[in-house]
Design a binder for this molecule. Structure first.
Ligand SMILES: [Zn+2]
Length: 76
């Protein structure tokens, strides 16, 4: 490994992992369960309760290698 900036081969390779979490919480709770109960009776409240507290979160982990030149400090 040679630094593209200064040409030194004193380069340190470092693995950096980044974790990104993105998610949405469903706004489906008691009110909708009650409405469901009023409109659809028992199946409605079941549907309303099913949607409670459920949120989808997606975690993405990206690992990338960063090379740091020990001579000039250039990252590439
Ligand atoms: Zn360098």
């Amino acid at each position: 490994m040679i630094c593209p900036k200064c040409g030194s081969n004193n380069v340190l390779s470092k693995a950096v992992s980044e974790t990104t979490t993105e998610g949405k919480t469903k706004g489906f709770g008691c009110i909708k369960a009650c409405l469901g109960y009023l409109i659809f009776s028992i199946p409605g409240i079941l549907c309303g309760l099913c949607g409670m507290g459920k949120g989808r979160t997606r975690t993405t982990t990206t690992t990338k290698v960063v090379n740091i030149c020990q001579n000039c400090g250039h990252h590439f």
